[in-house]
Design a protein around this ligand. Structure first.
Ligand SMILES: [Fe+2]
Ligand SMILES: [Fe+2]
Length: 278
């Protein structure tokens, strides 16, 4: 079993060879780590790839980020949203591109979770709500990478979900020996994502297990739950886990705040869902 698991992990991490992952991604990752790099230098690297630049601009001007049609250059996007947000957008749009038809429901689920994570962060008065949006956008990226790199196992997972009354995560664990949450943590290391994002991606199903940035993980957890309650997109199963009252209270939510969040979500979501980056 351990051998098979290592083999599968290797296959998953071979995601770096995906044809839709832009070659500039590695370059950007290195540049972000170099504190002397300026937004202008990074913007120049992204701008070399015109398709990629168009995708990034489309996403940053979408309602998910709340700057509709106001960002016209990559450099401006980096200054407004930060390197990590731009890199997260590059990863998510590139990975989802491989599966855009087959997994359109999951893409909608991810856009929904991104929008709701950001709205929650804003309503709680937290700084950098865009970082929460990017975590929401990437929170189920492991599912997509499993589907691309291990297609036979993905079929098996889907069959198991349909046959037994279990969640997608439980089915993944039965078939693979690990879930997309674990895959997320490998991918976060692989792409050198910042620690809060890694924690949110790894613990979005069990935020209480997070050692650091528990609140960050809980916000994405609650956003994931609301996305499912509102039936935005499709995350792979129909089962709704219960949301613990503690998670809800721990992040500082009240029913009054929740009502306001729901109002804002319902206002934004139709526009978000008409937005499919290509
Ligand atoms: Fe998930
Ligand atoms: Fe999800």
């Amino acid at each position: 079993m351990e051998d098979l698991r290592t083999k599968r992990k290797g296959k998953i991490l071979a995601v770096k060879d995906l044809p839709t992952l832009p070659p500039v991604l590695d370059e950007i990752t290195k540049m972000i780590e170099d504190e002397h790099c300026t937004p202008k230098q990074i913007a120049e690297v992204i701008a070399k790839d015109q398709v990629l630049s168009a995708k990034v601009l489309k996403m940053v001007n979408s309602p998910v980020y709340g700057f509709p049609r106001r960002i016209t250059t990559i450099q401006h996007a980096i200054v407004l949203l930060g390197f990590n947000v731009i890199r997260g957008i590059i990863i998510s749009t590139s990975v989802f591109d491989v599966m855009s038809q087959a997994m359109v429901g999951l893409w909608e689920h991810s856009l929904g979770c991104a929008t709701i994570s950001k709205i929650i962060a804003e309503e709680l008065g937290l700084k950098d709500p865009e970082e929460f949006a990017v975590a929401g956008l990437l929170h189920d990226i492991g599912k997509v990478v499993i589907a691309i790199q291990l297609p036979e196992e993905k079929e098996e997972i889907q069959k198991l979900v349909a046959k037994e009354d279990i969640t997608y995560l439980e089915a993944e664990k039965k078939v693979l020996g690990f879930g997309h949450d674990r895959v997320n943590s490998w991918l976060a290391d692989h792409w050198n994502l910042p620690l809060p994002t890694k924690v949110a991606l790894t613990y979005h199903h069990n935020p209480e297990s997070a050692e650091f940035y528990e609140k960050f993980a809980k916000i994405v957890h609650v956003a994931d739950f609301i996305t499912k309650v509102l039936e935005i997109g499709n995350s792979g199963d129909e089962l709704l886990n219960t949301l613990s009252k503690k998670d809800f209270v721990d992040i500082g939510l009240s029913f009054k705040k929740l009502a306001k969040i729901m109002d804002r979500v319902l206002e934004d979501i139709i526009e978000v869902l008409t937005f499919i980056p290509k």
